[in-house]
Design a binder for this molecule. Structure first.
Ligand SMILES: Nc1nc2c(c(=O)[nH]1)N[C@H]1C(S)=C(S)[C@@H](COP(=O)(O)OP(=O)(O)OC[C@H]3O[C@@H](n4cnc5c(N)ncnc54)[C@H](O)[C@@H]3O)O[C@H]1N2
Ligand code: MOO
Length: 559
């Protein structure tokens, strides 16, 4: 017998539900699909444009039919993020599919033509948790593209899109492990002992070419890595021998005495394929080529010429704002001008993360200029990072330009984090110059404040780049650290505090704050190699208390 009521107070939609869990669930289920529309309207969206297409279109957009039964095209997505998506490396991954196009979806960004008096006074974008924002990124970045690549140093940081089978054995011939003498060692009673004086009848150096056969009673001088003469079964180290006689000119060894009979057949010999067997799988799909060098070496050792890899996305970096000037512009600043800090910082961070970054310059805050710069940028990059213009000002044009002018979809426009609250993630359909194929370009519009831009690059852009390049696990590694001081938490926003993490003699990682943390202060990143993740709670993370940190750079060690 519950009588739920609903209404709007200022721009807040208020819905009451019955007290019983079952009733609450059922009632909520019956209205949940209309809520996005109701929220847009309550938040002050232009009602005329919202209702173009009438009730039928509204119901279609919400995925319901007039009788209340979900329509078959209804996009049902559970926001219980405990389920796992396979965003791995599959060729056949189709990804989530939106059931409405940007054209028939009402825009929720400000209409820049409406002027400052008509802009939203509250952000229409729901405030997402960091985890939910990461989930949306996972769901919406394009699947990795597969390309063929020569085996060379440019492969570093790439991930294989195929299993690689060795085409050759290593070693390709029976090779000596030491400098010494190739001998015929055997456990057979009829084969003479290896101890005694032997003529040196042959020499095998580590070089290409045939070596003649070793006969019973003879030995051959051999260098490390050189092929064993046919017939030889082992190598005795030069240290286990003495010179007995030389040639007449005294230049060459004539006879050598071997001082031991303990050499076993096979001793000091690397058999064919004993390091890598031809036909064996040396690397698996999904494995990466690291800067340590081992993987490239392994591929090279068996003569692999080319491999299929996931193409690493090219990242373009664009600063926005009429106040921004090139950082290296000569002369002093005019009143109101700001040196571009974000572009050089992000270009450095992207390249440091192993991705190609292109400098797209500075775009003006004027609507037409921003749109044409973004269009030109999408021709050159797979992922665009813009900074500035995403908050609540009348000149904050990124969201409207992405959504209204470029037909993009904004997957989130606010995150409950500090710094980085207005971080925006969108995908934009883009036709290639050839005209026909439409690609999805990924756009991260990061806050203009320099420290906010760098934090959100590491937190959101990097996982997207990892996914697009097939790198797994995605994102920065998280470690437990001991806090070096009391650090105040924020009850409403997860905070990412710049710290220097060091491995100490107690076997634990210790985090020391870089100091002043305001979003505008890029200096808070000086020396920082990690972000201390402060949970949303009252009070502080106390000195000596354990917390979590995301590692951005190399850790120093006092061990
Ligand atoms: N009414 C509200 N105002 C603001 C809110 C809010 O929720 N309501 N959020 C604040 C937060 S949090 C942030 S962060 C900033 C983000 O603003 P924008 O992303 O729109 O950035 P801008 O306004 O363009 O610039 C902010 C700040 O950063 C400087 N900037 C911009 N680009 C660069 C660059 N390339 N190099 C150096 N510095 C740069 C710019 O000059 C401004 O000082 O919004 C708050 N406001
Ligand atoms: O969220 Mo803002 O990035 O705190 O300054």
């Amino acid at each position: 017998m519950s009588r739920p009521v609903a209404g709007v107070r200022k721009s807040t939609l208020i819905v009451t539900l019955p007290g019983s869990p079952k009733g609450a669930k059922e009632n909520l289920a019956s209205i949940i699909k209309q809520l996005p529309h109701a929220c847009q309207q309550a938040a002050g969206a232009d009602s005329r444009s919202l209702h173009v297409g009438g009730v039928q279109k509204l119901e279609r957009d919400a995925g319901i039919s007039s009788n209340g039964v979900p329509s078959s095209s209804g996009h049902q997505h559970s926001h219980d993020h405990s389920h796992s998506h396979d965003h791995g490396h599959g060729h056949g991954h189709h990804g989530p599919k939106a059931h409405t196009g940007p054209k028939n979806r009402p825009a929720i960004s400000n209409d820049p033509n409406a002027g400052p008096t008509r802009r939203y006074r509250e952000s229409p974008y729901p405030m997402l948790s960091v985890d939910d924002a990461l989930q949306r990124i996972a769901e919406n970045v394009p699947v990795p593209q597969i390309v063929r690549h020569k085996v060379n140093e440019d492969l570093v940081g790439c991930v294989l899109a195929e299993d690689v089978v060795a085409r050759e054995s290593v070693p390709a011939f029976r090779a000596s492990i030491v400098d010494g003498y190739a001998i015929i060692a055997s456990n057979h009673v009829l084969v003479p002992s290896t101890k005694g004086i032997f003529p040196v009848t042959n020499i095998s150096h580590a070089q290409a070419g045939e070596v003649s056969e070793l006969r019973s009673g003879e030995i051959a001088r051999i260098t490390t890595g050189a092929p064993l003469p046919p017939g030889a079964t082992a190598v005795v180290m030069v240290e286990d021998t003495v010179l007995r006689s030389t040639t007449d000119d005294g230049q060459e060894e004539n006879e050598i005495e071997i001082l031991t009979d303990a050499i076993k057949p096979g001793e000091n010999v690397r058999e064919v394929g004993s390091d890598v067997q031809a036909g064996s799988t040396i690397m698996k799909k999904g494995e990466g080529i690291t800067a340590v060098g081992g993987e490239l070496g392994l591929l090279a050792s068996v003569g692999t010429q080319e491999v299929f890899i996931y193409k690493k996305p090219i990242v373009g970096v664009l600063s926005t704002g009429d106040e921004i000037v090139n950082h290296d512009r000569d002369g002093g600043l005019q009143h109101g001008e700001v040196r571009d800090t974000n572009r050089p910082t992000l270009l450095t961070a992207i390249r440091g993360s192993g991705f190609e970054a292109i400098d797209l310059g500075i775009a003006s805050d004027k609507p037409g200029a921003l749109e044409s710069t973004l269009r030109a940028s999408m021709r050159r990059a797979d992922v665009l990072i813009t900074t500035g213009g995403v908050s609540m000002g009348e000149l904050d044009l990124l969201k409207p330009t992405l959504e209204r002018s470029l037909g993009g979809t904004i997957h989130f426009g606010r995150v409950s984090m500090k710094p980085g609250k207005p971080t925006t993630f969108a995908t934009v359909p883009f036709k290639t110059t050839e005209g026909s194929r439409s690609e999805s370009k990924v756009v991260f519009s990061l806050p203009g404040n320099p420290a906010s831009a760098v934090v959100t690059y590491h937190l959101f852009v990097l996982p997207a780049l990892h996914r697009m390049a097939g790198i797994s696990p995605v994102a920065l590694p998280k470690v437990k650290v001991v806090s070096g001081q009391d650090v105040r938490c924020d009850a409403k926003r997860a905070e990412y505090h710049r710290v220097i993490v060091t491995a100490k003699a107690d076997g634990r990682l210790h985090a020391v704050s870089t100091g002043f943390q305001r979003s505008s202060a890029i200096g808070s990143f000086k020396g920082a190699n990690a972000l201390l993740c402060l949970p949303m709670r009252e009070g502080s993370l106390k000195k000596g208390e354990e917390g979590e940190a995301l590692l951005m750079g190399r850790i120093g060690s006092e061990v």
